[in-house]
Design a protein around this ligand. Structure first.
Ligand code: PLP
Length: 435
């Protein structure tokens, strides 16, 4: 027995089903089933080829001695200057390089932002929720996350009345989280919606937190409005990164931009605490920071990004073709990021549905997993799908949502395989619902 309790109360709030499901898939894989990884948003794992010109930039940086040293604790100054100018060119809120802080990926930024808030001060976020945000927020508060609804019957746009009422009647809320474009729904916030959210923040003296890691990943004719363009004089933090856009998730590099820190001393103190938290760690990864201006100003970059976005859009249409006509599903077309969240209509799932599994060893394991009366019905479907077909998706009930469904990705580069996966998914849904 230990002298004192070790674990913080908040630790039980930490869960990340996007990776948890991998443990289950690995068990099935060992028994001989090929797995189709539709669970994780890593384009490189899904055969996205990093272009040669990008690799050449990195090779060149690696040949220089200074690449190997620490950098300024807030991040490489030249890169912060470059990024501040990019934000300022949007014509909205204006920032200086001092208003930018680099992190080891947004995962690191998210952990620190919630960690340094007082436990009694809450950030309301969207539901379904990207679990890195909702888990970190819940862990800091020792409580379930507080969420506003994204509405599957209205393009997954936020339910602004729900948001307003929750903010109004819950004085612990100090900030509103926006994920734009959104993970897991693929929704892009319309400008009017963002303006209304800014208004709510202004009315109740809140700050805004906008995760914009997918900001340049839009398709099918839509563009994202950045928080910087709509925020006016309200305090805010925008989170940006290169994991999805280059894509270089293994670089572990992202940054936070502070907006209007001069307008609100308490908010400014919070920004300084984030700077100090990074200072005691010395600094974040330097190589990707050195690469950012070189890659973003390379003559091929814009065209490259447009081509990749166009391919994501094309895959979104193929997937729509397979899944939008199933009457038991609520399906929305997507316009940003590279996920889609598909919901089973109420009453269509029950705890007796099954898929035929040809391998008896796999069948036995899955029967064991689902032998739990408290298991969410979408998780049950996800386990059967995994066991019967090897298609690995993530249940939506694990994204802080009462809805039942699953998240897929739009990343499969091999079009034949994409058709194969989604036609099998469609047939499996039909078989499961009829069983
Ligand atoms: N924010 C969102 C909305 C994400 O979807 C992800 C990764 O999937 C992250 C942040 C984490 O990004 P990073 O690789 O910079 O830690």
């Amino acid at each position: 027995m230990m002298r004192q309790k070790l674990l913080s109360e908040g630790a039980k709030e930490l869960s990340y089903e996007i990776r948890e499901i991998v443990k289950k898939a690995e068990v099935i894989q060992k028994l001989g089933q090929t797995i189709y990884w539709e669970n994780i948003g890593d384009p490189v794992q899904k055969n996205n080829e990093v272009p040669e010109w990008m690799k050449d930039i990195l090779k060149d940086l690696l040949s220089k001695n200074e690449t190997y040293s620490y950098c300024h604790s807030k991040g490489v100054l030249n890169t912060r200057k470059f990024l501040a100018e990019k934000t300022n060119a949007l014509g909205g809120v204006q920032i200086s390089p001092d208003d930018i802080l680099f992190f080891n990926g947004l995962g690191d930024a998210i952990a620190k932002v919630y960690q340094y808030l007082v436990p009694t001060s809450r950030i309301i976020g969207p539901s379904p929720a990207y679990s890195t945000h909702s888990s970190a927020e819940a862990a800091h508060a020792y409580h379930d996350p507080i969420t506003y609804k994204l509405d599957p019957d209205n393009h997954w746009y936020p339910d602004l009345d729900d948001l307003y009422n929750k903010v109004k009647y819950n004085p612990t809320i100090v900030g509103i989280l926006i994920i734009n474009p959104d993970n897991p729904t693929g929704m892009v916030y319309p400008k009017k919606t963002l303006e209304r959210i800014v208004e709510i923040a202004r009315e109740f003296n809140l700050f805004l937190l906008s995760d914009e890691i997918y900001i340049n990943i839009t398709y099918n004719g839509v563009k994202t409005f950045a928080l910087a363009e709509v925020i006016g004089d309200v305090p805010g933090l925008a989170m940006k990164g290169i994991s999805k856009e280059f894509p270089w998730p293994g670089a572990r590099c992202g940054w936070v931009e502070y907006y209007n820190r001069d307008k609100e001393p308490e908010f400014n103190r919070f920004c300084i605490a984030l700077d100090n938290a990074k200072m005691i760690e010395v600094c974040s990864t330097k190589l990707p920071q050195l690469a950012i201006p070189l890659i973003m100003t390379h003559p091929n970059f814009i065209k490259y990004r447009e081509e990749v976005n166009c391919k994501i859009g094309r895959r979104s249409k193929i997937i729509t073709g397979y899944l939008s006509e199933i009457p038991e599903l609520r399906f929305n077309e997507t316009f940003g990021a590279f996920y889609n969240t598909i919901i089973f209509k109420e009453g269509t799932l029950n705890p007796h549905q099954k898929l035929k599994i040809n391998n008896p060893a796999i069948e036995e394991i899955v029967e064991n997993w689902v032998n739990n009366p408290n298991m969410a019905l979408d998780k049950r479907f996800v386990y059967y799908l995994l066991a019967a077909t090897g298609i690995c998706v993530v249940p939506i009930s694990s994204f802080c949502s009462e809805l039942k469904g699953f998240r897929i990705t739009l990343l499969e580069e091999n079009e034949d395989l994409l058709h194969n996966i989604f036609s099998r998914l469609r047939e499996s849904i039909k078989e499961y619902l009829k069983s």
